[in-house]
Design a protein around this ligand. Structure first.
Ligand SMILES: NC(=O)c1ccc[n+]([C@@H]2O[C@H](COP(=O)([O-])OP(=O)(O)OC[C@H]3O[C@@H](n4cnc5c(N)ncnc54)[C@H](O)[C@@H]3O)[C@@H](O)[C@H]2O)c1
Length: 310
């Protein structure tokens, strides 16, 4: 699990361990947290280091790779595209190169709704045109587009999971969200609601019911479960596939101030989860905003400084 010390990877490690797998976390701690590596052995390393990756694959007798490691700040990607292409495209290609060399046949890829860009049709289905509006989305799409070539040339089967906005925290309180700086709206809203930095809403003149951007969310524990399903399906069927991972939730009031639109933000990202639910037999357990915010709220109350290491 590259990036297994991060927010989503750490929750997926817990789900995999519970399902009887032997997760091995491969992370450089450029983000992520040592205290989040609770459910698998740790290998510290860079995804741009092919020799270190090959050693890790060999020494731990790896059967499948889940590739979470990436940079993910849309705003930063607009300002610093090279950072995003180097880590997200270069890093992913290096992981695939190591897999080819060590004959590891299964790849589960963390992609994103940012590959769609401005929707031409909602709900967004997996065949919707992909026209990213920022280099973060472009970097993920570049990897998506490379994957069929690795299948043809090297027999690497892949499952691409396009996450919508991940939110919430482990319901047992073992893990939570701690990005630095925090860019995601639910932890930012919790911070605002508990007297910390104010929440900014980027633009109120979008063509949406209240003028603000419209987004879909998915509970991080449901995302984690989807990775277990994706692994089971790819190992069983050896067929590649692409899935939206999203749930339906609705808004709630938090104190906020208005800020200008951000570059690279589509107005509406509203997706269909049906393919993932049917083909991965994935049923989200936390499909409403109360559960998402509730688990995040409890984790942030118990960990006001996150993992406390930054
Ligand atoms: N959080 C979301 O809402 C969201 C939505 C869509 C897609 N995604 C994708 O999901 C994945 C995980 O997101 P997250 O929120 O858990 O992010 P995160 O920053 O919490 O985790 C990413 C992890 O990858 C590691 N990493 C990054 N670059 C590395 C490198 N060069 N070498 C080794 N390790 C490296 C970091 O140290 C970190 O632990 C990313 O690929 C992201 O693009 C996230």
């Amino acid at each position: 699990m590259t990036g297994g010390a991060g927010y989503i990877g750490s929750h997926a490690a817990k789900a995999l361990k519970r399902a009887g797998y032997r997760p091995i976390v491969y992370d450089s701690f450029v983000a992520g947290h040592r205290a989040a590596v609770k459910f698998g052995e740790l290998v510290e390393g860079e995804i741009t280091d092919v020799e270190a990756l090959r050693r890790a694959l060999r020494e731990h007798d790896i059967g499948s790779v889940m590739h979470f490691a990436a940079f993910l700040d849309v705003g930063e990607s607009v300002a610093h595209p090279v950072k995003y292409y180097r880590n997200n495209v270069g890093g992913a290609l290096t992981v695939l190169e190591a897999m080819v060399a060590e004959a590891v046949p299964h790849f589960v890829f963390s992609s994103t709704c940012a590959t769609y860009g401005e929707p031409v049709e909602t709900p967004i289905v997996e065949t919707h045109p992909q026209r990213p509006m920022n280099s973060y989305g472009e970097s993920k799409l570049a990897v998506e587009r490379a994957l069929p070539h690795f299948e043809t040339a090297h027999g690497i089967h892949s499952t691409t999971l396009r996450y919508f906005n991940a939110a919430g925290a482990d319901p047992d309180g073992d893990l939570g969200e701690d990005h630095s700086p925090e860019i995601h709206v639910i932890p930012r809203a919790i911070e605002a609601a508990t007297g910390g930095r104010g929440l900014q809403v980027f633009g109120d003149d979008y063509p949406t019911p209240d003028g603000t951007c419209l987004r879909d969310y998915v509970h991080v524990t449901d995302l984690a479960d989807a990775h277990v399903r994706a692994l089971e399906v790819i190992v069983d069927t050896r067929k590649s596939g692409v899935y939206n991972l999203v749930e339906r939730v609705c808004g709630r009031r938090v104190p906020w101030t208005l800020a200008p639109r951000r570059k690279g933000d589509p107005a509406v990202l509203y997706a269909s989860p049906h393919k993932a639910q049917a083909e991965l037999r994935w049923t989200p357990r936390f499909p409403d905003l109360d559960a998402i915010v509730g688990t995040a709220w409890r984790w942030h109350q118990a960990h006001p400084h996150g993992y406390g290491d930054r």
